[in-house]
Design a protein around this ligand. Structure first.
Ligand SMILES: Cc1cc2nc3c(=O)[nH]c(=O)nc-3n(C[C@H](O)[C@H](O)[C@H](O)COP(=O)(O)O)c2cc1C
Length: 161
């Protein structure tokens, strides 16, 4: 099994999930930032994981663009999708996950998960802090889901149907 994990992040939690997932997967696993690194040709991989984080309801635009541009190829692969997102309402989280990837890709993916979230108050700019204050968030939180990472790895290890 050869896996490519492509992530988008602003403050590091989606990257952390990508690297944690890498440690749980068998075979060769490569991790690439969608904004900072060259993404190798997808034809070299059996499994592709796309993960990003949500700000004001949206995933990183570069990740969305990548998913759209590569959709045809991605539909030939085993695909997992995840987001890091902090909305407390599970229905809203589910909608953020679904709406931020192309419809056909979402339907095709064998894993679609919310990986939890982290907020590092000391890393946020004034605007970000103000936005969070309006949402009632006042302190740092560290709630990435180890279960999600284990579940995703187990599902990706299953033979491709
Ligand atoms: C300014 C700001 C806006 C955010 N907006 C949303 C949002 O609309 N929906 C959501 O579910 N989470 C939102 N979050 C929570 C982030 O998605 C969460 O902190 C995530 O772990 C950040 O990932 P990153 O470290 O990879 O950038 C927001 C966080 C900040 C700081």
């Amino acid at each position: 099994m050869k896996t490519l994990i492509v992530y988008g992040t602003r403050h590091g939690s989606a990257k952390k999930v990508a690297y944690r997932l890498r440690t749980k997967l068998p075979g060769e696993v490569q991790v690439r930032s969608v904004t900072k690194e060259r993404i190798p040709p997808l034809r070299d991989y059996d499994t592709i994981v796309l993960g990003g984080s949500i700000y004001m309801g949206k995933i990183q635009k570069e990740l969305r663009q990548f998913a759209e541009e590569k959709e045809t190829e991605l539909l030939q692969k085993k695909v997992a999708l995840y987001i890091c997102a902090g909305e407390p309402d599970p229905a809203l989280l589910a909608r953020e996950l679904k709406d931020n990837f192309p419809e056909n890709l979402y339907a095709h993916a064998v894993v679609k998960e919310v990986a939890g979230h982290e907020i590092h108050m000391d890393q946020l700019n004034l605007l970000e802090k103000a936005i969070l204050r309006m949402k009632g968030v006042k302190s740092s939180t560290f709630q990435l889901s180890a279960d999600m990472i284990d579940r995703t790895a187990e599902k990706l290890k299953e033979p491709h149907s």
